[in-house]
Each structure stands twice: as C-alpha cells, then as structure tokens.
Design a protein around this ligand. Structure first.
Ligand code: RAT
Ligand code: ZN
Length: 423
C-alpha cells in the first residue's frame, strides 16, 4: 500500500516508467465490487459451484472440448462430472496447449492457489479442493482475487433459491442480490400461472389488475432480496417500443417498479439462446442488437436508471456513444464472448476515451467461485495497461498526474462508480 507521502506523488512526462508502475500497482491493490456473477452465499447450497471438476466443466470449456474432439454431445452428457472434467483436462490441457482464454483461466487459478503446474496431475488438483469449508474457501478466494464483494444472480422462480429467501436468509456481506427476471420477461405464458399459485392475481392478458399484481410481486421480491438492481438477458431481436408482452411488461411493470424502488434495470442484450441445444448451457450464441431501442428507453424513462451490456462486438461503439447522451445509462463489463483479452482491451480503451471515468469496464460473470481469480487477474492486467497509456498521454500533454488521483479513478472503475450510480 502507498504511504501518505507517495499518495501525493506527482508524475510528469519525465517519469513515465514510474507512472506506469504506480498505475499497475494501484490497479492490483484496489479491491473490486464484482457487479455480475453467478456465485452464491453458502446458504444457497449446491448453487455455489467450486473446485476442480466445476472449473473444468465450465460451459465455455464444454463448447471447446466438443469442438476439439467432435464427440457427440449426448455421449459427453452421459459421463459423470468427474469423467467430463478428466476428458476436458486430457483433451484441452494435455493433448493441446491451453491458450484459449477459458483454458488459460484454469491455469491462472491453479497457479494462484499454489498448485504445481509442472505435474499436470488432475487428481492432485482435484484433491486440493476435497475438504474445503465453503465459507472459509470463499474468504480465501476473494482475498486472492482481491474482491470486496460480489453481486449474485437471483432468480425468484428457481426451485433451490426460493426456499432460501422464504426461509429468512440473513444475508452475507460478501454477497449482494440482483433480481433476475428472464422468466418473467421472456416466458410470460409459463410464468403467470406460477404467480397465480403464489397469490398474485394475474391474468394472461395483463390488464390493469394484473399490472398492479406484477408490480406487487416485483416490489415484494426486491424488498425481500434487498436487490441492488433488476436484470434480464435479452435476444438480439429485442426492440423498444414494440407490440409485445415483453415490452408491455417493461413499460407497465418493470420501469415503474424500478423507479419506485430507486434501483436500476440492467439489460444484457444480444444472446441467442440455444442455437445448438445439444450443448445445453454451452449452446448459446450471439447476434447483433438494436442500440436504438436502448436509446429510446433511456429517453422515454428519464427518471429510470439503466445498466446495459451488449454481447456483440459490433454494437459496442454505438452503445458507448449512446451512453454519452444519457446520464441515466450506465455501461458495464465485457460480457461472455467479449471476455477475451483482445476485445477487453479494445472495448476498455474505447470506453475510457469516450466516457472518461464514468463506466465499470468489467464484471466477472463467474459461475465457479475460483474463476474470479483469473477473470480479475486477466482483466486487471489489461485495465492497468490501458489506463497507464491514458495517464502517460496526459503527462505528455503537460498534465501532472498525482498518485491519489489515480487511486480515486481506479476505485471508481473497479466498483465505486457502480455504487455511485445506485445512489
Ligand atoms: O456468461 C455466462 O456464463 C452466460 O452463461 C450467462 O450466464 C450470462 O452471463 C447471463 O447472465 O445470462
Ligand atoms: Zn451472467
């Protein structure tokens, strides 16, 4: 940590190497709020995934092994989890070099946890996680990754989650909640009978009474979860305005509730679900989305806050320009297929150039606990590189850059900007 004197250290064009070293150190040492993950606090039981077999069977790696081997997906799913992990280890780490981003992630994690990579011994790696106690393991992993807290993805329709919330879950300061409403917005026909079953008087056609009841359901759930935001993933065809049940639900229910509760509505746009259903979770694809719809929503609901990330690289420039026009639009993360070094660097550079400090450049989307180690390690390296270039450009332009100013900016980019947007 910097001491009081170094906090005020000033860098000019005479010491660009010192400036770069300071940026790198500060980006490494600043704790992160990870604003979108699929990790869960211990009371959610089996929803919290961790350990070697889970790391190896990440759906990103499933897609890669099925491609590398051209094996039948059904044959893969017939294997036990342990056999799947062993297959992936053999095919993607032993028979080939693991330089894809998802493979390299496993290497970074094993290395950071002190395992001997030269042995390439899957059994030894597996054994490392055998007797971990989940809560202590979470502490250790968060410490290695330097995270202060993570945001979960909480589905009120999930059969495992629901009883935890209903059973008076006490909360855990390491984990915040986010109310995920994909089923509501993407499958109204399947969902309204369940709302009816829970005592909400909704009808298929969404009249005035139903609208009030969906709002009541959302508000009840936000309050119970203490959700920081509501979120949905949307297909490339998502349009606003539109003559669809989804658009009606957003306009009549989600937006008013978000405004009333004072929380943002996060839209993750551009996923084509199940383009290859045989791959299950690994079978989703990407498509070009409509930034104009985001623009129109931000304009139509100036008192609402929107968080947006888009999946297609080709949407990023237009989306970033749109964020310049709407202070109620907050961009976050390099989502899923964009979470690769070349694309993270391109996007981060562009966002810092167009949006200055007002963005959160990354989230982990970790599905397995230890993944936060590699996702943040790899992203911090890129953020430090891009930021160092930006400060060096400033110093060359004649600005002096103070270390405490760098710290302020990095704290914002790694989480404080998100907390400020929530206020
Ligand atoms: O990034 C992923 O792992 C995807 O499978 C999804 O979880 C996506 O991030 C989502 O939240 O829908
Ligand atoms: Zn996700």
């Amino acid at each position: 940590m910097s001491d009081a004197s170094s906090a005020h250290k000033q860098y000019t064009r005479e010491d660009l190497a010192g400036l770069r070293a300071a940026v790198t150190r500060i980006v490494r040492e600043t704790p992160v709020t990870d604003l979108h993950t699929h990790l869960y606090a211990p009371p959610f039981g089996e929803l919290l995934l961790y350990g070697f077999d889970e790391l190896l069977t990440y759906h990103y790696l499933i897609a890669e092994v099925l491609r590398a081997t051209r094996m039948d997906a059904a044959a893969y799913w017939a294997l036990s989890k342990r056999e799947q992990a062993n297959l992936i280890w053999k095919e993607l780490f032993l028979k080939r070099s693991p330089y894809s981003e998802a493979c390299r992630g496993v290497v970074t994690v094993l290395n950071a946890l002190g395992l001997d990579l030269s042995s390439r011994d899957a059994e030894a790696y597996r054994a490392h996680f055998n007797d971990v106690e989940p809560s202590a393991h979470i502490d250790r992993v968060m410490q290695v990754a330097n995270l202060s807290s993570v945001v979960m993805t909480n589905d009120p329709f999930d059969a495992i989650e629901r009883p935890v919330w209903e059973g008076g879950y006490a909360g855990d300061p390491r984990f915040h909640a986010a109310l995920r409403i994909d089923p509501l917005l993407n499958d109204w026909k399947g969902i309204y009978p369940r709302l009816q079953g829970w005592g909400y008087e909704v009808e298929p056609l969404l009249g005035a009474k139903s609208i009030a009841e969906v709002r009541r359901f959302l508000l009840d759930t936000i309050r119970r979860m203490k959700a920081l935001y509501m979120a949905v993933s949307l297909p490339p065809e998502f349009r606003y305005p539109a003559d669809s049940m989804r658009a009606k639900l957003i306009v009549d229910c989600v937006a008013p509730v978000a405004a009333e509760a004072g929380i943002p509505f996060a839209m993750m746009i551009g996923v084509k679900r199940s383009v290859n259903p045989a791959l299950r979770l690994a079978g989703d694809g990407v498509g070009l989305s409509d930034v104009g719809s985001v623009e129109r929503l931000c304009a139509a609901f100036p008192n609402n806050k929107f968080m947006v990330t888009m999946l297609a690289r080709e949407n990023q420039h237009e989306l970033t320009v749109t964020a310049r026009k709407f202070p109620n639009l907050f961009l976050f993360g390099c989502w899923w297929f964009l979470n690769n070094p070349s694309l993270i660097e391109e996007m981060t550079r562009m966002r810092l150039e167009l949006l200055g400090t007002s963005v959160v450049p990354q989230h982990s989307d970790a599905r397995v606990l230890e993944q936060v180690i590699y996702k943040w390690d790899h992203s911090r390296t890129i953020l430090a590189k891009v930021l160092a270039d930006k400060y060096a450009d400033l110093a060359l332009a004649g600005w002096t850059v103070a270390e405490d100013e760098i710290q302020r900016d990095v704290s914002g980019l790694l989480g404080e900007n998100f907390w400020a947007f929530l206020k």
